[in-house]
Design a protein around this ligand. Structure first.
Ligand code: ATP
Ligand code: MG
Length: 410
């Protein structure tokens, strides 16, 4: 439970300069982010709460899938990139410098080389395989056109996982496990998404899939069949029903690859198989744009008044708008009761106009607004408004508790 009057939530009516995307405008207006320069963001309390909720959904699903969490350094010696040649192919996006001792370093745009070094050092036998490691960590890329807020940053949060197997069958299994975990993660985040087989680009390898969310600000183009709701890479007619395809823009939120031996062979990450024969480790890599997910969720869950958070990632279960100072104790008592069920609320106890409070509740976009005002004074009823459906109800404290417990499944 937090009190708005004591919270650092700098909401504003002003549209940030140069912002075009709804998600960018709303995340800044809701006081989630601070932008000192394009592509560079600091998360304020509300933004960080949402980011951590998304991270935790991912963490839980990764752990369930048997992956183990690690945390690699963002600072990387350039030498490991020289081995794979990606110091050249990724030269444009890589942020490089020499330290005072003269070492050539970079801030990791990704971590395939680093994880392969780890496997090279510690894996020697098939008995140690298979395993999947993951991290949730900051990546640095000198993007040419950082834009749309967290959509494309020069410093952003990624979940990257890496699987190591003894053979191709093993990789197929590891890949399927991650693929299924991704479906669960994006569903749980409240996203309408598709998965599609993709070009593996700079990562190399053969098989890869991208997870995409349809939105105007997306940078990838696909073609959608409105009749059977399928998405294709090429324009023309639908391969299933023959209907005409419509162009649509997609946001890439995740990407999974079967790397095979691309990195392990170049870096010499090998092991001995059951017959004592030396083999090269077979790898997969699996990325999610954690901070980009914040944008993708807002972009597809908002209206003219503000954000409409899915319950799973909302900063708070509800905003409690208190219209009369004398009702703060009752609002606090309700919040404490809700806390017993793990439901955290934001109590708007500020000395602001009712209009400002309602507008901020809509802007911040918690799933419910609960109002302590006239009808509480007259008949102890709390007004509840559903942020998504706009449905309103007038409920006693007990009815409200039951409603929220049911709604949040707690
Ligand atoms: P893009 O094509 O959008 O530049 P990418 O294919 O280079 O992305 P990957 O290396 O596959 O990105 O990274 C894994 C995930 O990280 C992507 O699916 C995307 O969701 C996210 N991501 C990549 N670049 C950025 C960025 N600059 N800002 C925010 N998220 C990003
Ligand atoms: Mg990609």
């Amino acid at each position: 439970m937090d009190f708005f009057s004591k919270s650092f939530i700098p909401t504003t009516k002003e549209t940030p300069k140069g912002a075009e995307a709804k998600s960018h405008i709303l995340s800044v207006r809701a006081g989630m982010l601070f932008t000192p320069s394009a592509g560079i963001y600091s998360y304020l309390p509300l933004g960080y709460k949402v980011l951590r909720r998304i991270e935790n959904i991912i963490r839980e699903r990764m752990n369930l899938a048997g992956a183990q969490e690690i945390f690699m350094s963002a600072l990387q010696p350039l030498e490991i990139w020289q081995v794979t040649g990606r110091d050249q192919t990724l030269a444009d996006v890589m942020i490089k410098f020499k330290d005072r001792r003269g070492r050539n370093l970079c801030l990791g745009p990704t971590h395939e080389e680093m994880i392969t070094e780890i496997a090279k050092k510690y894996v020697s036998s098939y008995k140690q395989l298979p395993f999947t490691l993951y991290q949730i960590q900051t990546k640095f890329r000198d993007e040419l056109r950082p834009r749309h807020g967290l959509m494309r940053g020069c410093e952003f949060m990624m979940k990257d996982a890496y699987s190591f197997d003894a053979d191709q069958d093993g990789l197929d299994k590891s890949y399927d496990i991650m693929f299924n975990a991704y479906n669960d993660i994006f569903s749980e985040c409240g996203l309408d998404f598709i998965s599609t087989s993709a070009d593996s680009g700079a990562m190399g390898g053969s098989v890869s899939h991208e997870f995409m969310v349809c939105a105007e600000i997306g940078e990838d183009v696909m073609f959608r069949c409105l009749d059977c709701n399928s998405y294709l890479r090429q324009p023309g007619t639908c391969s299933s029903c023959g209907a005409k395809l419509e162009e649509c823009r997609m946001i890439e939120v995740g990407h999974v690859f079967k790397l095979g031996t691309k990195y392990s062979s170049l870096q010499g990450a090998v092991f001995l198989d059951a017959k004592g024969v030396q083999q090269t480790l077979i790898m997969g890599c699996y990325g999610i744009g954690v901070s980009r997910l914040v944008s993708a969720i807002i972009e597809t869950n908002c209206d003219d008044s503000g954000i409409i958070w899915p319950k799973s990632v909302a900063p708070y279960a509800a905003t409690v708008v208190v219209l009369d100072d004398s009702l703060i104790p009752q609002a606090t008592a309700l919040a404490l009761e809700l806390k017993k069920y793990g439901l955290d609320v934001l109590i708007d106890d500020r000395k602001e106009s009712a209009g400002r409070k309602f507008n901020d509740a809509l802007l911040i976009g918690n799933p419910y607004t609960l109002v302590f005002g006239k009808s509480f004074k007259n008949s102890e009823k709390i007004e509840l408004e559903d942020r998504r459906t706009k449905e309103k109800m007038s409920l006693s404290q007990e009815e409200l508790l039951n409603f929220l417990k049911k709604s949040y499944n707690v």
